[in-house]
Design a protein around this ligand. Sequence first.
Ligand code: PEP
Ligand code: MN
Length: 262
Amino acid sequence: VSREFHAADSIIRVGGQEIGGNKIHVMAGPCAVESRAQILETAHAVREAGATFLRGGAFKPRTSPYSFQGLEEEGLRYLAEARDETGLLVITEVIDAQDVSLVAHYADVLQIGARNMQNFVLLKEVAKCGKPVLLKRGPSATLEEWMMAAEYIMDGGNYQVMFCERGIRTFESYTRNTLDLSMVPALHALSHLPVIVDPSHGTGKWQLVHPMAKAALAAGADGLIVEVHPHPEKAVSDGKQSLTPEKFEIMMADLARLSTAL
Ligand code: PEP
Ligand code: MN
């Protein structure tokens, strides 16, 4: 993980795309895959706006056991169908070591959620899956703990790892989490791996997503992961932090201007 062992920036190559190079990648889609129609509609909209990856959870790690837990394999099939229709690459979360090969069969990138950052059994399993991994920061993990979690995946033989800053728990309760953008330059100094920022979970409020996405790029992020839902008010999860496709398009146009300015 450390720059001491690999001085040059690592580039993650997946489906003809390169993460960690010059291009900023935007991964967009709903928090959860809710239906075939919802995921296909969202996929077309985010692709039109310039996203390169489709996100969407088929296995949902919910705070409450009574909340929607995801469509599981049916959801993975809808994601794969959306990839076939749009050419977007698919990133989705795996929450259980037993499901790694199933998720890797459908997805292009496996996401390790914040709650599982130190699930070492799961990390060792994704180390063997042959697909790139996006490792979210635990809500109360230090930079060192986060880098050590990435080390588990690399030590297991998978060098295709990206960090994802998604906010940490602080005393502030106005926002859902406190998005710690200082981690972007800190990680770039200490590690050769790409850094992605999630301004959706990082703030919990759609109004803050666009400004914090700009701030993330200014801080040097290699990409963003953003929640987009065709009808956020009806979303089964994270509607309050989800952009409509229209708002996402406006943000993408603004980010394109910013990244040429940078
Ligand atoms: C998600 O990406 O939908 C998610 C559950 O994120 P996190 O693990 O960061 O809470
Ligand atoms: Mn979510």
